[in-house]
Design a protein around this ligand. Structure first.
Ligand code: OVV
Length: 408
């Protein structure tokens, strides 16, 4: 007899001994205000059972990190969402770097790692700084909607240029990220809405990844050069450019929006940053810890194993709640306090292990450019209304952030 799937994976009966957490992590209200859920998850135990989806979840720092880092047991090739790619067809051809295990992962990761190296990012920094300055000059002193006017405007100006895209469609670039991230969740309203618009957006994205749609001097060209060198195929190069566009836009838009929110809510921390520019990089790490742009990714147990001493059967989906790990008081002193001088080494916002964010250098570069220009030009960041979050099954991003940037 074949078992009925739940949300595209094998249902897990309540495992004896594992605490039950009767919460829907993907309920829109939970996604709006997730911190009580994170606290309940950590309080439940090292691992909890979520009956709503018949999965396990980890949200303490230690178990989140060990689960996320053990790529041999907790695989990515069966999908990093609720769907088990062994049992259900993915909504798009799987990513050949994210949704894959070694040895396949090793080859593609090497290509992306080279294309996103510190040296490559250093070569982009002048453009990042100049673009940040130009965009900011147009925003100073008036009421802005910072999500669109700055958090979206800056990465969508610099990143497509860094990749070498000849065609730029800002809305499709931002929306594609949101679609990819909603897709890892259950079949809820968020995923349904985005699956309805996915075909049009994905078709545009896929077309933009072709060699002849890219300049010969960008990150895209570096990936196609790996095809010319025989390290990957031409089709794989296109797929890796798709990964740039899946993971490189919405994430940095979110990181910047979240950073602006942190500073608008904590004016003393903006003062501290202006007083000591050497804190720009540590401050961004604290933004990441405090707001965790990617709040949850999943792994799939590829064999019978255990978490925190509890048996975990093959086929079990495990929610790894990165945002909760980043708020674990056992790991971080006063985790609810945003402090630019915290230096939260080892935070989980970029993940951990072999799948740790391959674009983290460029993300840091974008934020460093923006914040270094901002501390020169912006005296105060004043809220002009309520900040509103935008629920997403994997991303914690702002929908609206009305601000005024008071010039120095
Ligand atoms: C959403 C996301 C994160 C990381 C990588 C990718 C997507 C990808 O498509 O490779």
């Amino acid at each position: 007899m074949t078992e009925t799937l739940i949300e595209g994976h094998k249902p897990l009966a309540p495992p004896p001994g594992i605490p039950v957490l009767d919460i829907d992590p993907y309920d829109v209200d939970t996604l709006y205000t997730p911190h009580a859920y994170y606290e309940a998850l950590r309080a439940a135990g090292p691992v909890a059972y979520i009956p709503r989806y018949q999965v396990l979840a980890v949200g303490r720092f230690d178990e989140t990190k060990t689960t996320f880092s053990d790529h041999e047991t907790f695989v990515s090739s069966r999908g990093i969402g609720l769907n088990d790619f062994k049992l259900e067809k993915p909504w798009r051809p799987p990513s050949i770097i994210l949704e894959v295990d070694p040895p396949e992962h090793t080859r593609t990761r090497r290509v992306m790692s080279k294309a996103l190296s510190p040296k490559v990012v250093r070569g982009l920094m002048d453009d990042f700084r100049n673009s940040a300055a130009t965009i900011l000059d147009g925003l100073l002193g008036r009421e802005i909607e910072a999500v669109v006017d700055l958090a979206e405007a800056f990465p969508t100006a610099v990143f497509p240029r860094a990749v070498g895209m000849k065609d730029v469609h800002t809305r499709h670039l931002v929306d594609y990220g949101a679609i990819v991230f909603n897709a890892v969740g259950p079949d809820n309203v968020l995923r349904q809405r985005d699956m309805a618009r996915a075909p049009e957006v994905a078709a545009w994205i896929n077309a933009a990844c072709a060699r002849d749609r890219l300049t010969d001097d960008g990150l895209g060209a570096l990936v196609y050069a790996a095809a010319d060198a025989g390290d990957i195929t031409e089709a794989e190069a296109g797929m890796l450019v798709r990964s740039f566009l899946s993971a490189g836009v919405d994430t940095t838009v979110t990181g910047i929006g979240n950073a602006l929110w942190c500073f608008s809510q904590n004016p003393d921390q903006w003062e501290a940053l202006k007083a000591d520019p050497s804190l720009i990089r540590p401050a961004f790490e604290e933004v990441l810890r405090y707001t965790s742009p990617v709040h949850t990714f999943l792994r799939t147990a590829d064999r019978d194993t255990e978490i925190g001493g509890h048996p975990v059967p093959e086929g079990t989906k495990v929610l790894c709640v990165l945002a909760s790990a980043n708020m674990d008081p056992e790991k971080w002193g006063d985790p609810e306090v945003f402090r630019v001088d915290r230096r939260p080494v080892g935070h989980m916002a970029f993940g951990a292990g072999i799948h740790g964010c391959v674009g983290q250098n460029i993300a840091r570069g974008e934020l460093e450019a923006l914040l270094s220009v901002m501390i020169e030009k912006v005296d105060r960041i004043e809220p002009m209304g309520e900040a509103i979050w935008r629920p997403n099954n994997a991303i914690r991003a702002l929908d609206k952030l009305p601000l005024k940037l008071i010039p120095s």
